[in-house]
Design a protein around this ligand. Structure first.
Ligand code: SF4
Length: 412
C-alpha cells in the first residue's frame, strides 16, 4: 500500500461520522501527516527522513524536515490492506520469518517499492534491536545517508549526558543534509509545544483513573501515535486539548456512558493486536471490560521539558517517554510501571498481548506477571498473538482466551 493510499484511507476516516471529535481530529492529523510525506516525495521541496520511532521528532519539525515513521506506516498499511504480500517480499529478500512482523512488513514494503524514497534515515539504538537492523536494510536499499544515535542503558545523569552528546552530533548531520543551520529559537518553540502536549497528555491519564473509565478502548492507541508522530507541532497540542476536554466531560457526567456497564478494569501491559480494533470494542461492549490504562500511554514521574534547554530536554525525555521508558534499561522500569498502573487505576486484571516474534517484549513476561501478582495482587493474562498478522492467532481465538480470563476475574 503506497503512501497515497493510506492518505486516502485517513481522509476517508476523517470524513466519516464520529461520536467523538477527537477521533475525527485523529484522522485529520494522520491525513495531514501523510499529505506532507506525499508532497515531499513528489516535489522535493522539503527533505524527507525515514525516522526510527525513538528519535526526538521535535528536532525534525524544528528543521522543517518531513518525517516518515516507516514502522508505523507499515503497521497502518498492513492493518488496512493485509500483510502477507509484504511478508512474502521480505522472505524472498532473505528476512527470516522469526523476525518481528512489523519489521518484515516494513522491509517487504521497501523492497516492493511501497515506501517513499527518503533523503536520509535517522534512528536511535536503545529500545528495539530489530528496528535498528531493519533500518540498516532500508539504508542499503535506498543507498542514502544514515545517522544512528546510541542510547545508553540507563537514563541516569551520566546516561542523559551521553545521549545529549549524541544529539549534539546529530545536529550538524541534519544541517549538512538540509543545507541550513538549526534555528535554535525554532527548536525552543517546538520543545515548548511538545511540553504543552505532554502536560495535556498527563491530564488525560489522570482523568483515566476515574471509574467508569472515561475513554473508549478503541481510542487509546491514537494518543501515543499522535505524540510519536507529531510532538512539537501545534496540531498535537490541539488534539490533546480536545481529548483532555472529552475525558473531563465524561468524568463529570456531561456525556452519555461509553459502555453498558464497567465490570472489569484492565491494563494493557505491552501493545495490542492492531489488526483487530474490533477486539477492543467487543471487550468493552460485550463484557464491560475497560482498558483503564495502558503501557504505551503511561507517563511515569513528573519530569517536564524545559524549552530554554531544548536539546537537553529532548535527551532527558528519551528516557521517560511512555513508548520508551519501560523498554530501556533494566526490567524494573517496566515492572514498576505495570505495578503503578495496577494500583493507581484500581485494576482487576492486566493483559499482556504477546507478539510472538518480539524478543524485546516477550522476554519480560514471567517477571512482569509474577511481580504484578505478588506486589499488586493483580492477575495477568498472557495472550499470544501478532500485532498485524491475524493468521498467527485469530480474533476468534483471542476472544476465547479473553472470555476465560473474564470468568476467572468474575470468580475472584
Ligand atoms: S514488536 Fe518488539 S521487535 Fe517489533 S518493533 Fe515492537 S519492540 Fe521491536
Amino acid at each position: 500500500m503506497k503512501i497515497a493510499q493510506v492518505l486516502e484511507a485517513m481522509q476517508a476516516g476523517r470524513d466519516m461520522d464520529h461520536p467523538l471529535e477527537s477521533v475525527r481530529l485523529y484522522y485529520d492529523l494522520m491525513a495531514r501527516y501523510y499529505a506532507r510525506i506525499e508532497e515531499a516525495e513528489r516535489t522535493h521541496h522539503r527533505p524527507l527522513v525515514i525516522l526510527g520511532i525513538y528519535t526526538p521528532i521535535e528536532l525534525f519539525y524544528a528543521m522543517d524536515i518531513v518525517p516518515c515513521h516507516a514502522e508505523l506506516h507499515a503497521m497502518n498499511a498492513a492493518c488496512l490492506g493485509g500483510c502477507q504480500g509484504y511478508f512474502d517480499t521480505a522472505a524472498a529478500y532473505g528476512t527470516p520469518i522469526e523476525a518481528c512482523s512489523i519489521q518484515r512488513a516494513m522491509i517487504g514494503m521497501a523492497k516492493g517499492g511501497l515506501l517513499p524514497t527518503p533523503d536520509f534515515i535517522v534512528s536511535a539504538a536503545g529500545v528495539c534491536d530489530s528496528e535498528v537492523k531493519s533500518l540498516e536494510v532500508l539504508v542499503k536499499h535506498f543507498g542514502c545517508p544514515y545517522f544512528l544515535t546510541d542510547m545508553p542503558y540507563q537514563g541516569d545523569p551520566a546516561g542523559v549526558a551521553y545521549y545529549l552528546k549524541e544529539l549534539e552530533a546529530l545536529v550538524p548531520f541534519l544541517e549538512s543534509q538540509t543545507g541550513r543551520p538549526l534555528d535554535w529559537g525554532r527548536l525552543e518553540e517546538t520543545v515548548e509545544l511538545s511540553r504543552q502536549a505532554a502536560v495535556l497528555y498527563r491530564q488525560v491519564n489522570e482523568a483515566r483513573k476515574a471509574c467508569p473509565s472515561p475513554m473508549r478502548n478503541q481510542d487509546f492507541f491514537n494518543m501515543c501515535t499522535v505524540y510519536a508522530m507529531m510532538a512539537g507541532t501545534q496540531e498535537a497540542v490541539d488534539y490533546f486539548e480536545v481529548v483532555a476536554r472529552e475525558v473531563r466531560e465524561q468524568v463529570e457526567g456531561k456525556r452519555p456512558p461509553l459502555r453498558p456497564q464497567e465490570r472489569f478494569r484492565l491494563s494493557c501491559a505491552f501493545c495490542f493486536p492492531a489488526f483487530s480494533p474490533e477486539l477492543l470494542n467487543w471487550m468493552e461492549q460485550e463484557h464491560g471490560a475497560a482498558i483503564a490504562i495502558d503501557l504505551v500511554n503511561y507517563w511515569r514521574g513528573e519530569e517536564e521539558m524545559d524549552a530554554r534547554r531544548p536539546l537537553e530536554s529532548l535527551a532527558k525525555k528519551a528516557f521517560y517517554l511512555p513508548l520508551a521508558m519501560p523498554f530501556i534499561g533494566p526490567v524494573e522500569n517496566w515492572s514498576r510501571s505495570v505495578i503503578e498502573m495496577g494500583r493507581g487505576y484500581s485494576l482487576d486484571g492486566s493483559i499482556f498481548f504477546a507478539p510472538v516474534t518480539c524478543k524485546e517484549g516477550c522476554a519480560t513476561i514471567r517477571i512482569l506477571k509474577d511481580r504484578m501478582r505478588e506486589e499488586a495482587g493483580i492477575p495477568t493474562l498472557v495472550a499470544d498473538c501478532d500485532m498485524i498478522d491475524p493468521s498467527v492467532v485469530s480474533e476468534e481465538e483471542l476472544k476465547g482466551k479473553l472470555e476465560g480470563f473474564f470468568e476467572t476475574l468474575e470468580a475472584r
